[in-house]
Design a protein around this ligand. Structure first.
Ligand code: AN7
Length: 357
C-alpha cells in the first residue's frame, strides 16, 4: 500500500503533452478531470444485453460538469495573454464553470443566460462566485449572438466552446476513457447541445487512433426532440425541453458534430423528454448515479439505438455513456418527479411502520 497521499492533478498537468500550453502558461486549475468510469452492471442486466456499459461521470468535476476540463485551458490561456475578463453565454453549466475559474485566475466574469431557463444550482454557482450575471429575455441562441457581438467590441475573452482552447481541454475526457478501459470503446453515447463536447471527444479519439492505430468509437449523439436542429437539419427558433442544459436551437459546432457522426460511423438522433426523464430515474435507481436530466440523453439514446437495431444482436464489446453534469444542479426537478416523503409522529413504531420495516 502507498503510504503517501495521492496527489490529484488537474487536466493541464496530467495532459500537458497534448494541450496547447507551455511553461509560460499560468495553470488556473481546480484539479478537474480524472473522473470515474463506472461500470453499469445493473443497467446491463436490466437491458438484457451482452456488452459492457460504462458511465463517464463528469458530474464529479469541481463545478459539477464536464465544462471544467475546457475551462481550465481557456481561462489559463486567457490569463497567459493578460485578459482581465471572460464572458460566456450559457444554459448554466458553462456559466458556473467560467465564474469559478475566473475567480481562480483573478479575472472578472460575465455570464449571459436565458431568463428563467437555467437550473437553480447553476445560477447559484455563478452568483456566489461573483460573476456579473445578465439574464436576457431570449433563449440561449440569442445570448450567444449577443456575446459574440460584445467580444467584437469590448476587451473580453469569450469562453464558450467556439473558443478552441475549450475543445482542447475537453478532449482529455476521451484520453481518460481510453486509459481507464485500456482500449477504445466501441460506442460512445452522449447528449448534444451546442455540440462542443461531441466535437472535443471526437478530436481526442481521433488523435489517439492516429497515434496508436486503433479504431475510434462510433459517436452516438442525442438531442432532445424539442431541440433537435442537427437531427432535423433546421434551426429551432423556439427550442423546448425539460433538459434545459441542451435547450439549444442553433448549435455553434453544428458542422463539426456532423463530421464526428459521419467520420465515426455514428448517429445524431433525438430522444423525447419522457425518454430522457425515465433514463434519468434509471441511472439514479439502478446504479446510484445522480446525473442531471440532459446527461440522461445518453442512456435514453442507448435504449433508442437498441430498439432501432443500430447495435448488432449479440454485440459484446463496450459502450460508454457520458454523464455530463451532476444531478444536484437541478434538485427541484428530482423532488417534483417523485412522491413527497411521508410525515409521521416522532415515534419509533410509527417510523418503523412508515419505513416498511
Ligand atoms: C449537462 O452550459 O451549453 O453539446 O452553456 O450542460 O457541448 O453543448 C451546456 C451544455 C450536455 C451539451 N450536458 O454539451 C452551457 C451548455 C450538460 C450540459 C451539454 C451541456 P455541448
Amino acid at each position: 500500500m502507498n503510504s503517501g497521499p495521492l496527489r490529484r492533478m488537474g487536466v493541464i498537468e496530467r495532459f500537458a503533452g497534448i494541450l496547447p500550453v507551455s511553461d509560460k502558461t499560468p495553470v488556473i486549475t481546480l484539479l478537474e478531470g480524472s473522473t470515474p468510469l463506472i461500470e453499469a452492471v445493473n443497467i446491463k442486466k436490466s437491458l438484457g444485453v451482452s456488452f459492457d456499459i460504462y458511465l463517464k461521470y463528469e458530474g464529479m468535476n469541481p463545478t459539477g460538469s464536464f465544462k471544467d476540463r475546457g475551462m481550465t485551458v481557456a481561462v489559463s490561456k486567457a490569463a497567459e495573454k493578460g485578459s482581465r475578463a471572460v464572458i460566456c453565454a450559457s444554459t448554466g453549466n458553462t456559466s458556473a464553470s467560467a465564474s469559478a475559474y475566473a475567480v481562480r485566475g483573478g479575472m472578472k466574469s460575465i455570464v449571459v443566460i436565458p431568463e428563467g431557463a437555467i437550473a437553480l444550482g447553476k445560477l447559484s454557482q455563478a452568483l456566489i462566485h461573483g460573476a456579473s450575471v445578465v439574464a436576457v429575455k431570449g433563449n440561449f441562441d440569442r445570448c450567444l449572438e449577443i456575446v459574440k457581438d460584445i467580444c467584437e467590441n469590448y476587451e473580453v475573452e469569450m469562453v464558450n466552446s467556439i473558443n478552441p482552447f475549450r475543445i482542447e481541454g475537453q478532449k482529455t475526457a476521451a484520453y481518460e476513457v481510453f486509459q481507464d478501459l485500456g482500449r477504445m470503446p466501441d460506442y460512445q453515447f452522449m447528449p448534444v447541445g451546442n455540440a462542443g463536447n461531441i466535437t472535443a471527444y471526437w478530436k481526442g479519439y481521433r488523435e489517439i487512433s492516429e497515434s496508436g492505430g486503433c479504431t475510434p468509437p462510433r459517436m452516438m449523439g442525442f438531442q432532445a426532440s424539442g431541440a433537435a436542429p442537427i437531427v432535423e437539419g433546421r434551426v429551432f427558433d423556439n427550442p423546448e425541453t425539460v433538459a434545459t442544459a441542451i435547450r439549444i436551437g442553433n448549435p455553434a459546432s453544428w458542422k463539426k458534430a456532423e463530421e464526428a457522426r459521419d467520420e465515426s460511423g455514428g448517429v445524431i438522433e433525438s430522444v423525447t423528454d419522457s425518454e430522457i426523464l425515465s433514463a434519468w430515474r434509471e441511472l439514479a435507481c439502478l446504479e446510484g448515479v445522480f446525473a442531471e436530466p440532459a446527461s440522461a440523453a445518453s442512456l435514453a439514446g442507448l435504449k433508442k439505438s437498441l430498439s432501432a437495431g443500430d447495435i448488432p444482436e449479440g454485440f459484446d464489446g463496450e459502450a460508454v455513456l457520458v454523464l455530463t453534469g451532476h444531478g444536484l444542479k437541478d434538485p427541484g426537478r428530482a423532488v417534483e418527479s417523485v412522491d413527497p416523503p411521508g410525515v409521521v409522529e416522532a415515534d419509533i413504531e410509527e417510523v418503523a411502520r412508515a419505513a416498511g420495516l
